[in-house]
Design a protein around this ligand. Structure first.
Ligand code: HEM
Length: 330
């Protein structure tokens, strides 16, 4: 009898759990990516098209003064890197006006790991994680018409105007001529702690030392849909591609919990080290494939801010990693 009661309770618990799991935000987010871009087995559900690379990071004194993370100790820290095109299609055109991505994993002394995925826009498209799936769903074509539902899209945009800021930025920015000629931003805020225990809230950006370069509309017409990976291979074969890593320091009242808002340009921007890209994989695959560049994998001396979008990233990244690694190899 006792056993029966327990079994019934367990069945009840299952019954309660199933609908809740079906509404899990990370699953909804990854399903919404698949809904818009298709299910491409073996590929990342976001940033699907990309190339693995590697190199090293060298931190400087300014970085050391702001953060006790040992990656700033001035030695060469090995870096696994990935450059990508925004969106969940592995066939996305390199000429598209989406974001480009720069993801890194730095492994510092003692094995401390710092992972991050950054984009070529200073703002992200949602202010809150719960906007992520509806934003994509509003843009997903209706199978009957082949187009998104115009009324639904208009209603979403009007109710969530901050989600249009990234597209407005990208519409004005030139399409990058190279993965190595564009700035990449964290958009999310982090908190650094130094050896004295002093805390600084910041965002970061990577700036190519050789400068930024975009393609004109005329040049774009002559370019193929795939050029970025080969261009980076040629560039790196000639000389390392170097990025300055800069911290932008927040001041009181800056929106640290909203990646759709930039901070005032007058905020201090300090170089904390340099990233050297020294090798690009000759084809698909490489060390970056098994990594999900979880931006909350941080070394001691750097921690996540209160930004809810940042805190929501680890779970859907793990869902996407689980799906792509368990699928048939591409
Ligand atoms: C709630 C917010 C977000 C969700 C649900 C989300 C979801 C995802 C997912 C599922 C992946 C694929 C992960 C993998 O398979 O390894 C991914 C990759 C990526 N995400 Fe996000 N993301 C979010 C926020 C952001 C933000 C704020 C940024 C930029 C600053 C960003 C930049 C990237 C980049 C660059 C990649 C490609 C990473 C790579 O090269 O492996 N994401 N995202």
């Amino acid at each position: 009898m006792k056993l029966l009661t327990l079994t019934a309770a367990a069945a009840g618990a299952l019954w309660i759990c199933t609908p809740a799991a079906a509404q899990s935000p990370p699953l909804d987010q990854v399903n919404a990516l698949e809904g818009l871009f298709g299910q491409h087995k073996g590929f990342r559900r976001s940033g699907a098209k990309g190339v693995c690379a590697s190199g090293h990071f060298v931190g400087n004194t300014v970085g050391r003064n702001l953060s006790s993370a040992r990656v700033f100790n001035g030695d060469k820290v090995p870096a696994v890197l990935r450059f990508s095109i925004g969106g969940g299609s592995p066939k996305a055109s390199d000429k598209g006006r989406s974001v480009r991505g720069l993801s890194f994993q730095f492994t510092g002394p003692g094995g401390e790991v710092w992972q991050s995925a950054n984009i070529s826009a200073p703002v992200f498209f949602v202010a809150k994680p719960e906007q992520f799936a509806p934003f994509l769903q509003a843009r997903t074509p209706d199978p009957a018409t082949g187009k998104p539902d115009a009324a639904r899209l208009k209603a979403f945009n009007e109710a969530n105007p901050e989600t249009l800021r990234q597209a407005a930025y990208l519409a004005k920015a030139p399409v990058p001529a190279s993965y190595g000629s564009v700035n990449y931003w964290s958009t999310n805020a982090f908190v650094a702690t130094n050896a004295k225990g002093e805390k600084t809230t910041l965002r970061w950006q990577f700036e190519p030392v050789a400068g930024t370069l975009g393609l004109s509309d005329e040049q774009l017409k002559t370019m193929p849909d795939d050029f970025l990976a080969d261009e980076l291979r040629r560039r790196v074969a000639a000389a390392p591609v170097v990025f300055d890593l800069k911290f932008q320091i927040a001041e009181a009242g800056d929106p640290v919990d909203d990646p759709t808002q930039v901070w005032p340009e007058s905020r201090r921007l300090v170089p904390v080290g340099q990233l050297f890209v020294t090798q690009v994989e000759p084809g698909a695959g490489g060390a970056c494939e098994g990594i999900t560049f979880n931006p909350t994998a941080l070394p001691k001396g750097l921690e996540a801010s209160s930004d809810p979008v940042l805190r929501a990233r680890a779970a859907p990244y793990a869902v996407s990693l689980g799906r792509r690694l368990s699928e048939a190899p591409r």
